[in-house]
Design a protein around this ligand. Structure first.
Ligand code: COA
Length: 257
């Protein structure tokens, strides 16, 4: 695939997508958002791909936010369009992807960078990672879902403090907040993300997708998560994965999904 702003690499069932604008600390411009959308779409459509690892290139930044240069002259309508397009193409898209996404946060995750990490299903960070939503220091607010996903992950009070101060927190604090699941030395980040991915790969892909949909439904005001769960649970019984998983258990062998 011919991408200019990202790298797409596949090793068997794992795909890694790397935001690759290190000179701009991997800031998200419109072209990068389009390429990320395309890359996630391609990976999700490939039935061999079972987990996607998302990271940033270089040792300094995961993603240092939306590209400020690109929106500096926007008016109100363009601002609304920027948030709408970004949420549709990337942030909501990633959150609702059938294939699980692990964000391997290797440095600054600021503004749109933290919002992107929060759209992923699981976050793991290197010790040097720093997290923040500094938008209010620029006279705007988070526009890629940050005002919604941060309180979901860390609670309203902590989210308010991070958003209203615009300050950064360390990887250790992010761990204590539940914003990331693990903190590891930087040279171990992709190793650990891959280990985590391999644990997921062992499980039934149709059940993994159903689990993502159902957990997300609980955070959607238009859905009743318990009802969605009942239906999704029932649907699992009609899958080949269910037959294989239960048959393998009863025959004391490993399931082959
Ligand atoms: N948009 C556009 N360019 C960005 C960027 C962003 N969000 N974040 C960093 N860059 C660019 C810088 O402009 C600089 O480019 P230049 O060399 O052409 O001037 C380059 O990336 C390196 O950044 P620099 O600021 O020199 O690095 P630093 O180590 O001094 O500081 C940060 C690192 C992350 C603290 C600082 O870059 C920063 O505050 N970035 C903006 C974060 C932000 O507000 N994000 C939310 C946007 S809504």
């Amino acid at each position: 695939m011919d991408f200019k702003n990202i790298k797409y690499e596949q090793t068997q069932q794992l795909v890694s997508i790397t935001v690759n604008r290190p000179a701009k600390l991997n800031a998200l411009n419109a072209a990068t958002i389009s390429e990320l959308h395309e890359a996630f779409k391609v990976a999700n459509m490939d039935l061999e791909v079972r987990v996607i690892i998302l990271t940033g290139s270089g040792e300094k930044a995961f993603v240092a936010g939306a590209d400020i240069k690109e929106f500096v002259r926007f008016n109100q309508i363009e601002g609304t369009e920027l948030a709408t397009r970004g949420q549709q193409l990337l942030f909501d898209y990633v959150e609702n992807l059938e294939t699980p996404v692990i964000a391997a946060v290797n440095g600054f995750a600021l503004g749109g960078g933290l919002e992107l990490a929060m759209a992923a299903h699981i976050r793991i960070a290197s010790e040097n990672a720093r997290f923040g939503l500094p938008e209010v220091s620029l006279g705007v607010i988070p526009g890629y879902g940050g005002t919604q996903r941060l309180p979901q992950l860390v609670g309203k009070g902590r989210a308010m403090e991070m958003i209203l101060t615009g300050g950064m927190i360390s990887a250790e604090k992010a761990l204590s907040y539940g914003l990331v699941n693990h903190v590891v030395p930087q040279d171990q980040l992709l190793v650990q993300a891959t280990e985590l991915a391999k644990k997921i790969v062992k499980n039934a892909p149709s059940a993994i997708s159903a689990a993502i949909t159902t957990v997300n439904a609980g955070f959607d005001v238009n859905q009743n998560g318990f009802e969605v769960e009942k239906q999704a649970f029932g649907s699992c019984f009609g899958t080949a994965d269910f037959k294989e998983g239960t048959n393998a258990f009863l025959n004391k062998r490993k399931a082959n999904f």
